[in-house]
Write a new protein. Structure first.
Length: 195
């Protein structure tokens, strides 16, 4: 706030962080951000897990979209988890939210993940930070492969060198276990004297 020379606004309602630390009143959150008749989806221990997005009031749906896209990103659009529901409630009731801390923490958590399949959250924020830091990006005019050019053996060989030939293994005769018939042999009938 001081860096931007903005004045601090006194908040009468409890802040987002203190709500999470002090176990928020989930029944009150449900009454304030959902349509009548809505309820939490609960875990096996009867603890609230999430609210269905369709149960939110129109105003809460709008704020949820902002929260899930920009502050606490998620690809799940149909469920509002406890943290996001608490944040939407905090926005609607006027509690303080330290967005800069939440985004910094979210970026740090993503950077520490080892899962390469995960999506990148806060892409525009990360882009602006990198741009400001002087990170060199790809060429402004990259050369893209033209669509519609047929793939031929000649083009494939030019794009990738062929792998070296593998040595073929020597085949050994299949081992037959007593009582089994080897492939290609006919079944023989046994008479009583051969047993």
């Amino acid at each position: 706030m001081k860096a931007l020379k903005l004045r601090s606004i006194p908040f009468e309602e409890e802040s987002y962080h203190s709500r999470l630390d002090n176990n928020p009143n989930y029944d009150q959150i449900l009454r304030d951000i959902c349509v009548p008749g809505a309820d939490w989806e609960r875990s096996a221990g009867k603890k609230p897990k999430f609210i269905k997005r369709t149960d939110l009031t129109p105003e809460a749906k709008g704020w949820f979209e902002l929260v899930r896209r920009s502050i606490l990103p998620t690809a799940n659009n149909s469920e509002v988890n406890l943290k996001r529901a608490t944040m939407v409630h905090c926005i609607l009731k006027g509690g303080e939210i330290k967005v800069h801390e939440l985004i910094a923490e979210g970026i740090r958590k993503m950077a520490e993940k080892s899962d390469s399949r995960g999506t990148l959250g806060y892409p525009s924020t990360i882009y602006r930070i990198c741009k400001k830091a002087g990170v060199i990006f790809e060429d402004e005019d990259p050369m893209w492969i033209k669509e519609g050019i047929p793939i031929t053996v000649r083009r494939m060989n030019a794009a990738a060198s062929p792998l070296p030939q593998r040595k073929q293994r020597k085949r050994t005769a299949p081992q037959v276990v007593e009582g089994q018939v080897a492939e290609g042999q006919a079944l023989q009938t046994l008479d009583m004297h051969q047993l």
